[in-house]
Ligand binder design. Structure first.
Ligand code: KG4
Ligand code: ZN
Length: 357
């Protein structure tokens, strides 16, 4: 077996953050630098892929230099390098991949292509002691999935979204309500001042006999209620935000409850071992969703684990850590970036949808 590297440089560039981190096999995060493009994309109300790629190209060397300076290390102190190899916006993924390969070739060190979703999936183990297997609710801007995580590279998907992801629903609804980008934090702030029972909104797929999600109908319902209430300038935006956040939290809770039963059946644990539910991805930073799922977990006898916010939203420490979890086995330098890269390639698609992974 290949020798396990001790100090990993990670690169993340799959969406709107250019990030570099240096992480030790002992879980020390020596540096975790992020150059956010949010201000640029906010002007367009969402991520513009071409603009994102140009900014990654402009920032990537600086961010790596910043990480080395923060860690007080030289490039010769790095044992191996990992970069997000997909899924994500292909321009950014290609820039991170080429940069990592160039450093690996020049320094003659191993290169790891990391699945961005695996970065999120394994992130709780960087911050905490979380044994395999665990149930994962992965909620990011592009994905909403329930999976059993049995080990690095070992995933069983129980459910995925049939249309929009939860983060996407937050972002699209915030845009409709005039709350800006990114939508999740803006809606959470507005919701804190609103009444979650004020506006009736649907709970798509609640009670259905599977673990899938659907959020596009919720977005349409919100748009309709907003226009009935007179549009973004006069409608009670805080109440709408609170009602939407509650509806998303309820959908996540209902689907997760169902997945908990399936997980317990598939991975029976001795009585004194509580199963673990992990929430990861940007939406896991939402305090109301955390509280809702904490209640669900408590009732079902699960321990809830949510990584700190800095490891929930996109970052390179989780990419470095996912590569360290692999215990060796680097990738060849001819690895081709993958815009789509499912964690569980054998999962059957949700009814009515064939492509979204
Ligand atoms: O994981 P992430 O940083 O990037 C992707 O891989 O997509 O997730 C970004 C998503 C965005 O949709 C953003 O609106 C959402 O996470 N998000 C939140 C919060 N913070 C970020 N959603 C709800 N509440 C938050 N506090
Ligand atoms: Zn992400």
């Amino acid at each position: 077996m290949a020798q396990r590297p001790l100090i990993m440089l990670g690169i993340e560039s799959s969406c709107d953050e250019t990030a570099a981190a240096i992480v030790g096999a002992d879980k020390t995060i020596h540096a975790n630098e992020i150059a956010s493009q949010i201000d640029t994309h906010a002007q367009h109300g969402g991520v513009v892929p071409e603009v994102a790629a140009r900014q990654h190209l402009e920032m990537i060397d600086q961010v790596i230099q910043r990480a080395l300076a923060k860690a007080d290390m030289k490039i010769s102190d790095i044992d191996a390098i990992a970069a997000t190899g997909g899924p994500g916006l292909i321009g950014g993924v290609a820039i991170g991949t080429v940069t990592a390969k160039a450093i690996a070739a020049a320094r003659n060190i191993p290169y790891f292509a990391v699945n961005h979703l695996e970065g999120h999936a394994l992130s709780p183990r960087l911050a905490d002691t979380v044994p395999f297997p665990y149930l994962l609710l992965l909620v990011s801007g592009g994905h909403t999935q329930l999976l059993a995580v049995a080990g690095p590279g070992k995933y069983h998907r129980y459910g995925t979204t049939m249309d929009d992801a939860a983060g996407e629903a937050f972002d699209k609804c915030a845009k409709i309500m005039g709350l800006g980008y990114p939508g999740g934090p803006a809606i959470e702030t507005a919701a804190a001042l609103g009444n979650a029972a004020a506006i009736a909104l649907p709970r798509p797929l609640k009670g259905s006999d599977n673990c899938h999600f659907s959020f596009s109908g919720l977005k349409t319902a919100l748009a309709n209620r907003l226009s009935q209430l007179g549009g973004p300038l006069i409608a009670p935006i805080n109440d709408l935000a609170a009602s939407l956040q509650q509806a998303i939290a309820d959908c996540l809770a209902d689907r997760t409850k169902r997945a908990m039963t399936r997980f317990k059946d598939a991975y029976p644990l001795p009585d004194n071992n509580r199963p673990v539910l992990v929430i990861a991805g940007g939406v896991a930073a939402n305090k109301h969703i955390f509280k809702t799922l904490a209640t669900v977990a408590d009732k079902a006898g699960f321990r809830l684990c949510v990584p700190p916010s800095i490891l929930c939203t996109d970052n390179a420490a989780m990419i470095a850590w996912a590569a360290l979890e692999r215990s060796g086995h680097p990738d060849p330098l001819d690895f081709a970036p993958r815009p789509r890269w499912p964690l569980d390639p054998d999962a059957s698609p949700p009814p009515g949808r064939g492509v979204r992974q």
